[in-house]
Design a protein around this ligand. Sequence first.
Ligand SMILES: *Cc1c(COP(=O)(O)O)cnc(C)c1O
Length: 393
Amino acid sequence: MSDKQIIYMDHAATTATRPEVVASMLPYFSMQYGNPSSQYIIAQKNRSAIEECRRKIVNSLNAKTGNIYFTAGGTEADNWALKGIACLYERGHIITSKIEHHAIIHTCDYLKKHGYDITYLDADENGIIRPEKVKSAIRKDTILISIMYANNEIGTIQPIKEIGEIARRYNILFHTDAVQAYGQIPIDVDECNIAMLSASGHKLRGPKGIGFLYIRKGVNIESFIHGGAQEEGLRAGTENVPAIIGLSKAVDVSFNTMQERIKQEVKLRDYMIERIINEIPYVRLNGHRIRRLPNNVNVSFQFVQGESLLVMLDMDGICASAGSACTSGLASPSHVLLAIGLPYDIAYGTIRFTLGYENTLSQIDYVVDRIKMHVAKLREKSPQYEDFIKGNT
Ligand SMILES: *Cc1c(COP(=O)(O)O)cnc(C)c1O
């Protein structure tokens, strides 16, 4: 396996850091090591470099006001947005959805334990959270709406503008977990009335362990990490300068190449979906066919254990994911697949492929050929499949 070429199709789990991102970071480990809070010139240079990164990211979100607060990743940004608003109130109601990432769901579970009311909205069969459902969940004591921009498992892009419009009409803060969307598709926070937005470096070719929370000007939020005056005292601790520089470089490249990448990824994605649907029987595409991240292919193979298929693909050097990285290894299928109404046995047969710019048409052909072969083999050994075929003849 060591000398075999790896075909990486798990870009929603993480991405390889771009070489130019790594290069941009290196001087900040060695020459430019100053603490941005120190007074001498070499340190102050780092301070202004970080401020430049903030401005660049604010611009990438099309935000007229507000600021970027660096965190140790998407999970921290999500935790902060929810807990930082909740703790301004003694009680309160939060609206979120059943298909959020665990960084949101488990934080909401925690807040629920501490006396807050949470509404976990259903998604429809395509994974869309209907704006009318958000609207009818609003109560007098609703303090926050948190709905993800795009789903990490099935790739569905939410009607964020419509949900933001409802939040505006009822004057409720709107947070979005945009970890899967940011750097992949265009985002306009002002147009969508987004008050807070979470993103993460390693999902867009930046380093791991760095992310940010965008907070619109005028939004009051409790400090998340107490200590020094960094990040306006809201998230204390010496800045991770190399990671911030790397994230900013990744943002640069991602936005400069976005349109081209979207075109290429959509072409590969649709080709892969078509081949799988047309050439393998008893398959289901999960997620919305059109409102979908450019790089997401999520399919369920009936009469197949996704985990077994994953192991066979791994032997071929192919990296994909069963449901989501966070749920694999656990006995129960992904909460997202159950929320969109998949029965257990179908949910168990699910594999997610998420493409990146390294992937080629010939890689996709190879991967689909291998899937076809493995699925046929696994079905041969499946008693359910045997019963099904007998029943059909
Ligand atoms: C990966 C991911 C996160 C967590 O981000 P980390 O930087 O890995 O902590 C949160 N939300 C979504 C939708 C994600 O895909």
